[in-house]
Structure formats: structure tokens, C-alpha cells
Design a protein around this ligand. Structure first.
Ligand SMILES: N[C@@H](CCC(=O)N[C@@H](CS)C(=O)NCC(=O)O)C(=O)O
Length: 216
């Protein structure tokens, strides 16, 4: 049996890779694990059947036999633990790759999500014009620090890992902001992630949901 994940039936970014099922799809593609997708409307995400899987009524979720998981980070970690290819065998290198997953989710992603909320939901607030530059400066600092650490390496710690998968996924949420472009090595890092065949397959699969919906 293949695992089943959940994704948006109608994605706010029209299936352009930003919804967080993309990370899970990418991880599954990297390890060569086929999967099924259950598409949900916003209303369906808040119904009891889905709330039993995801206490916050969101996507993605992951079901495999008796196991049901939520939180993209936990799901990608689980996939990386169960299959070869996303975490190194060496125990210390593995711990460092996991550290990068946490860094992506708990250090980089919060200010990036703050910016998205400011752009999408707070635009009309009188204080938004003052707040946005502050949020962007916080992101800029983090990007500068990350850029310094990455230097001219291809990936954050040796070979590509779940840490890079998560970091690239989070940085992609800055598309169109111009912030990443201030650090050319980070732009190149993201491009390397996007060039991976597994990323391309995952992106195409997510986009196909929207393409099918708009042509049907
Ligand atoms: N920390 C969660 C965030 C999940 C999340 O925010 N999901 C969004 C889609 S990317 C969602 O379901 N939004 C709809 C909602 O919150 O009602 C994760 O990484 O899985």
C-alpha cells in the first residue's frame, strides 16, 4: 500500500509549489516511494474527519497503514528515516542534517511566513507600511547568515539531505520578494534544489492538480 497525503483541492498559489504538501511530495519522490493524494477543499479541512488527522485542520497529512502524521517537518523526517537517500548513515552527519531541517522550520520560516501574512492579509492595515520593512530586515539578516554559512558549497552539510530539501522549500516562499537575490549563492542553492529530478516531478504533480481543475 502506498502512503496517502493530503493537499489543497484549490491551491491559493495555483499549484506553483508553495503549499506545504510540496515538501512531502519532493521527499517521497527523492526516495522513490509512490504515493496517493487526497485533495481537500478549505471546508473539508475543517470537518471532523480531517480534524481527526490534523488537529489544526490543515494540509499536509500523511497516512500509512496505522500511522497518521501531520506537520510537514515531521512527515519529511519520517520519510527520511524510513528510506535511504535523505539522511546520511554517519550518526553525526545525520544529526547535523536533522538540525538543518529544524533550522529551516524554526529559524528561517517564521519571519518568511510573517512576510507572507503581511503581504496577503495585512496590506490594508495602516501600520503595514511601517511593519513590512522591519519584517524584511529580519529575513535579510537570516539570509545573510545562511549565505555566509553556505559559502561556495553546493549543500548545507556535505551531500544533499532532508535539511536541504526543507531549507530550499522554505526559501522558495520568498519568490518575487527580491530578497534572496541579494545573496547570489542562495539563489544558486535554490536553483540546484529546483533542478533535481525529484523536485521537478513533485512540482509537476502539484501543478497538475490545478491544471486539471481549471480545464475540467
Ligand atoms: N506547520 C505546518 C503548517 C501547515 C500549513 O500552514 N498548511 C497550510 C497550507 S501550506 C494550510 O493548510 N492552510 C489552510 C489553513 O490553515 O486553513 C506544516 O509545516 O505542515
Amino acid at each position: 500500500m502506498s502512503p496517502t497525503i493530503t493537499a489543497f483541492k484549490a491551491s491559493p498559489d495555483r499549484g506553483r509549489g508553495l503549499a506545504r504538501d510540496m515538501r512531502v511530495r519532493w521527499a517521497l519522490e527523492e526516495v522513490g516511494q509512490p504515493y496517493d493524494v487526497r485533495l481537500l477543499s478549505f471546508a473539508e479541512m475543517k470537518e471532523p474527519a480531517h480534524l481527526a488527522l490534523h488537529p489544526f485542520g490543515q494540509i499536509p497529512t500523511y497516512e500509512d497503514g496505522d500511522l497518521a502524521l501531520f506537520e510537514s517537518g515531521a512527515i519529511v523526517f519520517h520519510i527520511a528515516e524510513r528510506h535511504a537517500g535523505l539522511l546520511p548513515d554517519d550518526a553525526n552527519a545525520r544529526a547535523r542534517a536533522i538540525t538543518w531541517m529544524f533550522a529551516a522550520l524554526s529559524t528561517m520560516e517564521p519571519p518568511i511566513v510573517d512576510r507572507m501574512i503581511a503581504m496577503l492579509l495585512e496590506r490594508d492595515q495602516p501600520w503595514c507600511e511601517q511593519r513590512l520593512p522591519l519584517v524584511e530586515d529580519r529575513i535579510r539578516s537570516r539570509l545573510g547568515e545562511l549565505s555566509h554559512r553556505l559559502g561556495d558549497a553546493d549543500w548545507l552539510d556535505g551531500a544533499f539531505s532532508a535539511g536541504d530539501l526543507m531549507m530550499v522549500s522554505v526559501l522558495l516562499r520568498l519568490g518575487g520578494s527580491g530578497l534572496v537575490e541579494e545573496c547570489p549563492n542562495l539563489s544558486a542553492y535554490i536553483a540546484r534544489g529546483e533542478a533535481r529530478p525529484a523536485y521537478k516531478r513533485a512540482f509537476a504533480a502539484q501543478l497538475a492538480v490545478f491544471t486539471a481543475a481549471s480545464s475540467g
